[in-house]
Write a protein that binds this ligand. Sequence first.
Ligand code: GLN
Length: 308
Amino acid sequence: MLSPIQEYVEQLHSRYASSMEGHVADYIPELSKADPRLFGICIATRDGHVYEVGDTRHPFTIQSISKALVYGLALEDRGEEHVLSRIGVEPSGEAFNAISLREGSGAPFNPMINAGAIATAGQILKKDGKSRIERVVEYLSGFAGRDLTINQSVYRSESETGHRNRAIGWLLRNFGILDEDPDETLETYFQQCSVEVTCRDLALMGATIANQGIQPLTRKRAIAAEYVDNVLGVMATCGMYDWSGEWIYRVGLPAKSGVGGGILAVLPGQLGIGIFSPPLDKQGNSDRGIKVCMDLSRELALHMMNPT
Ligand code: GLN
């Protein structure tokens, strides 16, 4: 017999299966090749139950969702005060690629916009004979519970066209937010965005955060328990670009989206949600992903501010 949750996610999937609003990201040439019909929904609970429907095993690039998790690694490497001295935690109300830094210090507003994420990548230590990107891929793999890899064509495409991000990198260097020339940090950032995940991985990553940092299937720790609230805090306030306020108002779950069409949402202490649908709305969030999450939150009473 189908579990009631499995039955519910299947219904939800068919409700939106033919909805095709929004546009696949095309500012990185390789991303424009995504099939707009792809659509997956996955819920993973903190004790490792997984409910999935649709294209939940189809690989796509994690993009900006990586920003939330890599922020955890920077905190582990450098500690909260050091990271806060370089990167703020205030919502910017601006687009993800805005060239905006705080007046005076030059600190990015938060780690979820590109400026903050590039600054965060610059905080990752090279350690145990491993490069930054090796450590980042390993870290992200810990949340997914399997070995993730980089999509080299997306990485190349991203690096060939990433002039705006390079400009942001040099501004950060100018303000001393980056301690060294930004080239290597930028390549780390482009590669981190090009890590391939599935919708199922996103749900399990969310479940890992919901489970105080322990991956529910491998039972291994992915993030130090003391930084879980920091990661969830920036997701809740800044995770959905310049739609973050509306998102927390309507959906009420810490979340992070990426231009590959993924959304990762977390109900702290309970479960992770992964959505995959490439067409984006004008803020750069998965259009169908937003609709699904609004329904999910309402129909399963998941809004964090109104616990049942
Ligand atoms: N790689 C992308 C960029 O920096 C990440 C953007 C995103 O998902 N919003 O342009």
